[in-house]
Design a binder for this molecule. Structure first.
Ligand code: GLU
Length: 473
């Protein structure tokens, strides 16, 4: 999708930071320290391709902040990767972790490739070589810096990373915690794959449950019946669409970089995904209308717009034409600072990326804890809870002389599995973060939007940990 850039991505993040910093009491020097990227590793390494030629690969890992360790953040494979982008994304990770109270500093990695131009074998070689470069420079490890999936990467790449790390660090007992988003068999946690999309849903749902905000927007409270447009049908867009649909919203349009489709009666993301797999495009999906230009989907009349692809897609040139009432930033940085100002004037509520897409890193945190504790969630207590629940139920039945239905019995007796605990931990995290941000927003009528409130909340938390460390008085 075309995106007119007014600022570099990192400058946009700095601009949003400065806008929020005015609402804090911190010393200028401390604010400068929080904003700066602490360590930037820019690397080049050769990879021999299947046809025998050698290609020099450009890649990065940026650690924005070590105010808490390890640092945390995904690795993306994209042709658009550059140092500025990775710096911006690493900074967002610091603020994101602070907002959802995940005790990590922010980091991000990127390899400048289009993965579809390489064979699986070539991708494996690139990923393993990147990992060994990180090991050589001490830029990866369960207590140092823990990568995860991002745009263009997934479980497969994380599996290669953990395997490479373990082979270079034999006997390191916590080695599985060197990366998150791994397959379950290699130490992954159940629920990581859908985590970001689920977090997006929980966050938007929480805002839609706030009567004062809905009243201002002229919308009924709740998710049911709301119309949703999703841009990007990758892992995050797919799962966001799924949870909105399953909870009674109507996904009326889905956009991809090479085409968009519309159906006022609602689209099923799984059917659209299958169609895309077969045809390499979402276009010509049965029953839907093709949109002439993919970016037109962003300008459709709808209640909720979910940009779930790349940065800067809503900018000064198209922001005046946006008709959505709520924008949920599932991607990192989909709105430029100019777009923010224009949308605020139009009364559109923007739910910011560093809060809304924090579901991924929240569940990554659960995965990392699982790796360090070497035990699956629920393993110790599941059976105990089930036995206890059975006894309580039997007593109630005996005392009341009434029988509970089989369906209710199964529900009441159930002891929590790993997936139940991960989902409820994520729900709790997103709900309490929403309320923390809203409290900041409401505490100062001068704070113009939710993004600024989220930054204020993040800056205060990071600043406080510097103060606790005694580095700044
Ligand atoms: N790449 C995801 C993000 O941008 C997840 C990061 C992680 O789990 O560390 O938030």
């Amino acid at each position: 999708m075309s995106a007119q850039k007014e600022y570099s991505f990192f400058q946009s993040v700095e601009k949003s930071f400065d806008k929020a910093a005015k609402f804090t009491k911190w010393d200028r020097g401390l604010l400068e320290q929080i904003k700066a990227c602490n360590s930037i590793y820019s690397m080049r390494f050769p990879v021999k391709l299947d046809n025998g030629t050698i290609e020099v690969i450009e890649a990065y890992r940026v650690q924005h902040s070590q105010h808490k360790t390890p640092c945390k953040g995904g690795i993306r494979f994209s042709e658009a990767v550059n140092e500025d982008e990775v710096m911006a994304l690493a900074s967002l990770m610091t603020y994101k972790c602070a907002i959802v109270n995940v005790p990590f500093g922010g980091a991000k990695g990127g390899i400048k490739i289009n993965p579809s131009n390489y064979s699986v074998y070539e991708l494996e070689k690139i990923t393993r070589r990147y990992t060994s470069e990180l090991v050589k420079k001490n830029f990866i490890g369960p207590g140092i810096d823990v990568p995860a999936p991002d745009y263009g990467t997934g479980e497969r790449e994380m599996a290669w990373i953990v395997d490479t790390y373990q082979s270079l660090k034999p006997g390191e007992i916590d080695a599985a915690g060197c990366v998150t988003g791994k397959p379950i068999t290699l130490g992954g946690v159940r629920g990581r794959k859908e985590a970001t999309g689920m977090g997006v849903f929980f966050g938007v749902r929480e805002v839609c449950n706030m009567a004062d905000i809905m009243e201002k927007l002229g919308l009924p409270v709740g998710i049911a019946g709301k119309t949703v447009v999703v841009q990007g049908l990758g892992n995050v867009g797919y799962h966001s669409a799924k949870f909105f649909r399953e909870n009674g919203a109507k996904v009326i349009a889905i956009a991809e970089y090479n085409g968009a489709i519309y159906n006022a009666d609602g689209l099923n993301e799984e059917e659209v995904f299958q169609h895309k797999l077969l045809n390499k495009t979402v276009l010509n999906f049965p029953g839907a209308t093709n949109l002439e230009k993919s970016e037109d989907a962003l300008e459709l009349e709808c209640d909720i717009l979910i940009p779930a692809a790349l940065e800067n897609v809503i900018n000064a040139s198209n922001a005046p034409r946006i008709k959505a009432k709520i924008i949920g930033e599932a991607a990192n940085g989909p709105l430029t600072p100019e777009a923010d100002d224009i949308l605020a004037l139009k009364g559109i509520v923007v739910i910011p990326d560093m809060y809304l897409n924090a579901g991924g890193v929240t569940v990554s945190y659960f995965e990392w804890l699982k790796n360090l504790s070497h035990v699956r969630y629920g393993r110790l207590e599941k059976r105990f809870s089930e036995n206890m629940n059975t006894r309580i139920l039997e007593q109630i039945e005996e005392l009341s002389g009434k029988k509970v239905s089989e369906k209710e019995k199964t529900f009441i007796m159930h002891g929590a599995d790993e997936i139940d605990l991960v989902h409820s931990g994520l729900e709790e995290t997103m709900i309490s973060a929403t309320h923390e941000i809203m409290q900041v927003w409401k505490s100062n009528p001068e704070i113009p939007d939710m993004r600024t409130a989220a930054y204020v909340s993040a800056i205060n938390k990071v600043a406080n940990s510097y103060v606790e460390l005694g580095i700044f008085p």
